[in-house]
Write a protein that binds this ligand. Structure first.
Ligand SMILES: NC(=O)C1=CN([C@@H]2O[C@H](COP(=O)(O)OP(=O)(O)OC[C@H]3O[C@@H](n4cnc5c(N)ncnc54)[C@H](OP(=O)(O)O)[C@@H]3O)[C@@H](O)[C@H]2O)C=CC1
Ligand SMILES: O=C(O)CCC(=O)C(=O)O
Length: 478
């Protein structure tokens, strides 16, 4: 009998009339769990409970908030293997990738536990004689967090931890594909002693997310997912004056200069494009190679990609797990089928794999003759498909790298400090990597993009305080 997981509302586990069922994308015969589907009325109750809890929670001591978040961090760290195994079963990423994700969530809770205590304002002299000015930071209020399936534990963690640290009440709506691992976070926070109404979780599809966005009792929305849904949320939220943070997709370029260390560059390209089955907003989907080294780079890229083992997420020999769902498999394979008609030259892979049985397996694919008119280069594929461009020189490479509406992460491999600096200056992306893959980020610095990749303050580190607090300026005279 699969485990039944209920919604978490007002400090209690609430059942529902309807349940959804989650299945393992590595082997769809395995049921992960059954999940209570929240209704609009559940969302309404959660918002009411959050509003009731807000006054007291905002006034709790920083030490009390530190202790709760610190206990949550310790519980995550203690349970890493068990949580990572559930994450790998539910989402399909390999166990080492899942361990890395859970570990990052533990570190994120530790960091933001400290932030609860460190939250600072500013104290200035007024321009007027005898007046002082204090700029204080306060909680925004009740925040709705709508999260995707590709980092289903660390993204809810990196939104919830700062929100709670700074005194907000949280209502989380996880992706319906990854309810089980999000439920574990709710359970950990419950055990860590979060007061009733301060953290809540409602499960279900887009309609549940939409009800949360529309509720006037929700002061701010933080969303990670597709541009299409981000646009719908913006239309609902901005019009009623809610604060908004959107983390959307990417078409992240990785430039390989003529003086790059080829071994390291090929390794970073493979990791950035194909690991996590390419289901990362920071994935290196466009590799832009200087013409001088293009052919040798492509040869090595194909050779290395051909050695990747695609298989069950819990098989220790797998480099890459399945795609998350049948819909995602269909979507990614459609892009691979269409690419040659768009003028891309097929160099490797791109087949739906029949083995292992019962999983959503897709062979990593490489296309050459990249051109920004091709759909695989304009749109976010969110799968293991990479397009290789040939650039005449660094200026041409930078031009191609920036020729997209997205601007999340961009990387360069080069042995030259001057080229690295030129690329860093010219890049239109919110994150720039030098001699590193476009994927991978730290929890204590801002994470996020520009252009169509993001809207509002960035996440994590110094970014999170901008979104999850608001300033109040106090003028004080004797
Ligand atoms: N930037 C990133 O990290 C991510 C980008 N994507 C991109 O999006 C594509 C589709 O993936 P998908 O999972 O469908 O992503 P979506 O953008 O559809 O979903 C993200 C979250 O938003 C919820 N949601 C859906 N519709 C609404 C709505 N109208 N109002 C409020 N919330 C809503 C989803 O719920 P539910 O899933 O339960 O319907 C989920 O929790 C991917 O192929 C990829 O290109 C996807 C995930 C992450
Ligand atoms: O850097 C991370 O930990 C996750 C980034 C992310 O969300 C992504 O690449 O999709």
């Amino acid at each position: 009998m699969p485990q039944v997981r209920n919604n978490y509302i007002d400090g209690a586990w609430r059942s529902a009339e309807h349940f959804s069922e989650g299945r393992n994308p590595s082997d769809t015969t395995e049921v992960i769990g059954r999940f209570a589907m929240a209704t609009a009325s559940d969302v309404h109750d959660a918002v009411a409970a959050a509003r009731k809890a807000l006054g007291d929670w905002k006034e709790t001591s920083p030490q009390q908030r530190f202790d709760i978040l610190d206990r949550a961090a310790d519980a995550i760290a203690r349970r890493t293997q068990e949580l990572a195994t559930l994450l790998a079963r539910e989402e399909g990423k390999t166990l080492p990738e899942a361990v890395a994700e859970v570990t990052k969530a533990a570190h994120t809770f530790k960091y933001f536990a400290g932030e609860a205590v460190r939250l600072a304002g500013a104290s200035l002299r007024s321009v007027r004689k005898g007046v002082d000015v204090d700029v204080r930071r306060e909680a925004v209020g009740v925040v709705g967090l709508i999260t995707p399936w590709n980092f289903p534990f660390s993204i809810p963690a990196w939104k919830s931890a700062p929100a709670l640290a700074y005194g907000n009440c949280v209502i989380l709506k996880p992706s319906e594909l990854t309810n089980a691992i999000a439920w574990e976070l709710a359970s950990i926070l419950h055990e860590a002693g979060v007061p009733r109404g301060v953290f809540q979780m409602v499960m279900g599809g887009g309609d549940v997310g939409s009800a949360l966005v529309a509720d006037p009792g929700v002061d701010a929305i933080s969303f990670t997912g597709s541009g299409a849904v981000g646009g719908k949320i913006a239309a609902q939220a901005v019009v009623r004056g809610a604060k908004l943070q959107l983390e959307l997709g990417g078409k992240n370029p990785l430039v390989i200069a003529d003086d790059a260390d080829q071994d390291k560059a090929v390794d970073a390209a493979v990791r950035g494009a194909f690991y996590s089955t390419g289901q990362r907003c920071t994935a290196s989907s466009r590799i832009i190679v200087d013409a001088v080294v293009h052919d040798s780079f492509v040869e090595r890229l194909v050779e290395r990609t051909a050695k990747l083992r695609v298989g069950h997420a819990l098989d220790a020999t797998s480099d890459i797990g399945p795609l998350v769902s049948a819909a995602q498999l269909q979507r990614v394979s459609r892009y691979a089928e269409a690419a040659p008609y768009d003028g891309a030259h097929h160099a490797f892979g791109g087949r739906v794999l029949e083995a292992p049985a019962n999983g959503h397996y897709f062979e990593p694919a490489i296309f050459l003759d990249g051109d920004m008119r091709q759909s695989i280069n304009r749109e976010e594929v969110f799968g293991p498909i990479v397009s290789v461009f040939k650039a005449t020189d660094l200026d041409d490479a930078i031009r191609i790298a920036n020729a997209t509406e997205f601007g999340l992460s961009a990387g360069i491999f080069t042995g030259s400090h001057a080229k690295a600096r030129a690329f860093m200056r010219a890049s239109n992306s919110g994150m720039v990597m030098v001699n590193l893959p476009t994927v991978g980020s730290d929890y204590h610095v801002p994470f996020g993009g520009r252009g169509a990749s993001a809207y509002g303050p960035k996440e994590m580190g110094l970014g999170a305080v901008e979104f999850f607090t608001q300033t109040k300026t106090a003028y004080i005279a004797d």
